[in-house]
Design a protein around this ligand. Structure first.
Ligand code: AMP
Length: 472
């Protein structure tokens, strides 16, 4: 996952992009970068680094990034290694010295095949991320075509998930793939055009939300223009398949994405969840922060008190990125600690949004038992995750997903739960306003595109020699 932000026609473009990225930090903590277009110099500058937004940028960087149009990116790696060379935006020089900066959220499913084809044709890749494929496809299509036509040609070659911001000569081209997997919205602020993965970035800048870039659409924003041009990527429309996991977990609850209020959606998931699975419990306890909003729905629907009986330490990174299982378990303990007096002798609903490997639930439920919980009824506000995601959500390989190996009953037995219930797919879809417009492949295995030939997030880190794969 990644977060992207862009602004066209504002004298403080880079600094506003910095704030926008700050609001999108939850979408990626590995690297951050901003590219800005300086009209008076007729050139783009880029600053990117590893780490969190406030650690990557210093005051002097904004002098370098002077200009009226900027795009930015926060990265969470779903292809390629966490390295500076893979940080975005990518900035390249193409024909006639024209510079293009590109920021991408999503995963391309035909990346390996396209990259092989381009390399065989002499392209030299500088990174191991799928996003660089766009740059090469655009550069090649530019012969005798405008940048707009070249972007359209590139989009016709790629498959999979892409929300894109492409900046060149003071303009931004904002693109969402035909299935619309990941969000991208636009807003207006002091005469400038603003784009962001999530609307929470607009709130921070007090920009007026205008709506989404539609699936299969390219919006072209120019400085000083009163309207933006909107172009279809293709003549026929593909079915809209927005990522439902954005609503379950990924997006910020104060955002509006896919036309949904994320907070209300999560509460609705909680209400539907408990309607399906009432038990004899006396209070509702969320796993913070991910379980909080569904828990509110559970508590209100079940008519039982809501308690913050598990306390989150906010200074720990996300647990699932830890390299070893024992480190993962330890960091869950650091991250979530129970309040003994709220647990002892009580019958609890414990709620989280999802179970991936099962580390969080395994580690913390044992602790609730140890502290004397009388009953633990675990409730999950999404269905069992059984299939990998090829569109940009980082789920481990199927062998590491607990729901591929065990049924809910087996998990409940193994963990000593009094009951375990996952929200049904119907219950989940009943929580959104356009149930037919979502990708639910991680729950159903029903993928809306052809699958990648190499299903490994490091696939572009390898090179081929005959049939043997060597890690570079
Ligand atoms: P696990 O401990 O592996 O079962 O992971 C479940 C916890 O990680 C839940 O609290 C989720 O909110 C959170 N989570 C779920 N999916 C992801 C993801 N793709 N990336 C990061 N965290 C996730």
């Amino acid at each position: 996952m990644c977060g992207i932000f862009g602004i066209v026609g504002h004298e403080d473009a880079a600094r506003l992009t910095y704030f926008g990225l700050y609001a999108l930090q939850h979408r990626g903590q590995e690297s951050a970068g901003i590219a800005a277009w300086n009209e008076s110099e007729g050139a783009c500058q880029l600053h990117a680094g590893m780490g969190l937004v406030p650690d990557v940028f210093r005051e002097e960087d904004f002098r370098l990034l002077a200009g009226t149009t900027a795009i930015g990116h926060v990265r969470y790696s779903t292809t390629g290694k966490p390295q500076l060379r893979n940080a975005q935006p990518l900035l390249v020089r193409v024909r006639n010295g024209i510079q293009i900066a590109l920021a991408h959220n999503g995963n391309l499913t035909n990346a390996a095949a396209l990259r092989r084809e381009l390399e065989n044709d002499g392209c030299i890749f500088q990174t191991t991320i799928d996003s660089e494929i766009f740059v090469h496809l655009i550069a090649r299509a530019l012969s005798g075509a405008s940048l707009e036509q070249a972007i359209l040609a590139a989009c016709r070659r790629v498959e999979g998930a892409y929300s894109l911001l492409i900046m060149s000569e003071g303009r931004i081209y904002a693109v969402r793939d035909p299935h619309g997997f990941h969000p991208l919205a636009m807003a207006r602020m002091d005469g400038a055009w603003v784009f962001a993965s999530e609307s929470c970035a607009f709130d921070l800048l007090e920009a007026d939300y205008l709506g989404e870039v539609q699936p299969g659409e390219m919006v072209i924003a120019e400085p000083g223009a009163e309207t933006c041009r909107r172009v279809h990527l293709r003549e026929d429309a593909l079915p809209v398949r927005q990522c439902i996991f954005e609503l379950v977990y990924f997006a910020r609850p104060d955002s509006r994405i896919f036309g949904e209020d994320v907070y209300q959606c999560r509460k609705c998931m909680g209400r539907n969840l408990i309607r399906e699975s009432m038990a004899d419990a006396e209070c509702v306890v969320p796993f913070p922060d991910s379980g909080i909003y569904a828990s509110l729905g559970v508590a209100q629907e079940a008519g039982v008190p809501y308690e913050h009986a598990l306390i989150r330490n906010h200074y720990v990174g996300r647990t699932f990125i830890q390299p070893s299982q024992s480190m993962r378990q330890f960091s869950v303990r650091v991250k979530i600690n129970p309040v003994r007096s709220m647990i002892e002798n009580r019958r609890l609903y414990v709620v989280d949004d999802s179970i991936v490997r099962g580390t969080t639930i395994r580690t913390r439920v044992a602790k609730l038992r140890e502290l004397g919980a009388k009953a633990v009824h675990f409730r999950v506000s999404s269905p069992p995750i059984k299939f990998p995601c090829f569109y940009g959500i980082d789920f481990p390989s199927p062998a590491d997903l607990i729901a591929t190996k065990y049924t809910p009953e087996q998990i409940a037995d193994m963990l000593g739960l009094d009951s375990l219930h996952y929200l049904s797919l119907e219950g989940l879809l009943a929580s959104v306003s356009e149930p037919g417009h979502y990708c639910t492949a991680c729950f159903t295995g029903d993928y809306p595109t052809a699958l990648p030939e190499v299903r490994d997030k490091m696939s572009l880190e390898y090179h081929r020699k005959g049939d043997v794969r060597f890690q570079s």
